[in-house]
Design a protein around this ligand. Structure first.
Ligand SMILES: Cc1cc2nc3c(=O)[nH]c(=O)nc-3n(C[C@H](O)[C@H](O)[C@H](O)COP(=O)(O)OP(=O)(O)OC[C@H]3O[C@@H](n4cnc5c(N)ncnc54)[C@H](O)[C@@H]3O)c2cc1C
Length: 388
């Protein structure tokens, strides 16, 4: 079958690209091996899809080529997507500052994108197994459903996260086939594990959450931290996980914004147990385990100045050495991917093969937690859709 544009992947980026290209009069075919459209949109944001972040900017993205995302983000903004939602009568709410969720649920966003694609005459062929890609004058995609030919090929097959709903390395393989450089992929926005022995005392705290500041190198995030049987999770940990590398320690402020030393000094005449004192901020179980691990709990009047300083330092800088992540099965995104230095930041097309485009998560552009990853999918999809 001959067409103008073949898009591999009917996810967030692929659908945005398809509707833009279709509305420009291009004949578009989207191929996907999944049965259902955009499964990641469906499961995102707890079923409500955190579809954008109002303040998305280049600083919210991780990439070896940090300025690459700038142009696309400026040309398709969060307000543009909100405008699309308005057009379709969809409502949204702001949960945390800037984070927008769909009132009608994530399925409504998929239906909206599909409606826009249908109106633009986009054709979906799925489930469709991709067998190979060839490049001669144009691009030829061999599939279990026959062969498709077009002068433009857009790779929107996403990263490696959550293989059970369709993630695959197809995009990376195509990049390799065309000799494009890669930034080594790794799981991002992912819970971290700690070796069983050092973690054993804390494992029984699984399910307990507290507000903390987590730092790794120069990056720091404040948010909820969740104890799990195998290590740590929660938004603050997911955020820092994308910046963490093996062998690096996390520095956790367990009582951010509280001057623990001054408060301990003010309590130097008190007979209250340290563990009891900590329960003004923490669940009892956490306070007990914490104190047991730091040499036990005594009445506050039994600590000298040096010991009070040590307690305060320990609470403001609890150091954890993660042993790893919970991997792609639990990761919300994949960091790394196709090296953007091989592409035009305006159009997402390859410098060496102008008809070949990469968009969305398959690229080495990874957003922080909070709607940034979808904003990148929309913006990069739009950039390619306006060019193909
Ligand atoms: C649990 C979870 C929750 C998330 N929540 C949010 C959120 O609230 N906000 C946010 O901004 N981001 C969120 N994300 C991240 C976001 O979903 C992704 O960054 C985004 O979907 C990437 O879009 P994409 O189009 O590049 O890839 P995808 O949406 O992953 O689409 C890729 C498509 O390619 C298809 N494909 C893959 N391999 C092949 C192959 N070999 N042959 C044919 N087709 C193939 C897949 O089936 C899929 O349809 C979440 C991710 C997860 C896993």
């Amino acid at each position: 079958m001959e067409t103008d544009v073949i898009i591999l992947g009917a996810g967030a980026a692929g659908m945005m690209c398809a509707l833009q290209a279709g509305q420009r009069g291009r004949r578009v075919v989207v191929l996907d091996h999944a049965r259902k459209l955009a499964e990641k949109i469906r499961i995102s944001g707890g079923g409500r899809c955190n579809f954008t972040h109002l303040h998305a900017g280049p600083d919210n993205f991780i990439s070896d080529n940090p300025h690459f995302c700038r142009s696309a983000l400026a040309r398709y903004t969060p307000q543009d997507f909100v405008g699309l939602m308005h057009k379709h009568g969809l409502g949204y709410h702001e949960k945390a500052p800037g984070q927008l969720f769909c009132d009608e649920g994530s399925g409504a966003i998929i239906e909206m994108l599909k409606a826009e694609c249908d109106q633009a005459g986009v054709q979906f062929v799925m489930p469709c197994e991709i067998v190979s890609v060839r490049h001669q004058d144009g691009f030829q995609v061999m599939t279990a459903q026959g062969s498709f030919e077009a002068p433009a090929l857009v790779v929107a097959t996403g990263g490696l996260s959550i293989p059970k709903i369709g993630a695959s390395p197809l995009g990376y393989k195509i990049a390799e086939q065309f000799g494009l450089p890669m930034v080594k992929p790794k799981p991002g926005l992912v819970p971290l594990s700690v070796a069983p022995e050092p973690w054993a005392p804390y494992a029984e705290l699984a399910g307990i959450a507290l507000n903390a500041t987590v730092r790794c190198g120069k990056r720091e995030f404040r948010g909820d931290l969740l104890f799990t049987h195998r290590g740590l999770s929660g938004p603050a940990i997911l955020q820092i996980s994308s910046y963490w590398s093996h062998g690096e320690r996390l520095h956790i402020d367990m009582l951010p914004g509280i001057d623990v030393l001054a408060l301990l000094q003010a309590q130097s005449g008190s007979q209250k147990q340290l563990a009891n004192w900590l329960t003004q901020w923490w669940p009892k179980h956490l306070a007990e385990i914490w104190c047991a691990q730091q040499g036990g709990s005594r009445p506050l009047n039994q600590y000298n100045d040096k010991q009070r300083s040590e307690i305060a330092a320990g609470l403001h800088d609890w150091q954890i050495l993660p042993s790893g992540t919970l991997g792609y099965a639990k990761a919300e995104v994949t960091c790394g991917g196709v090296d953007t230095r091989a592409l035009s930041s305006k159009t997402m097309s390859c410098n060496a093969f102008p008809g070949l485009y990469f968009i969305g998560e398959v690229l080495d552009v990874t957003g922080q937690l909070g709607g940034y990853n979808f904003q990148w999918a929309w913006a990069s999809g739009y950039a390619a859709g306006m060019s193909v």
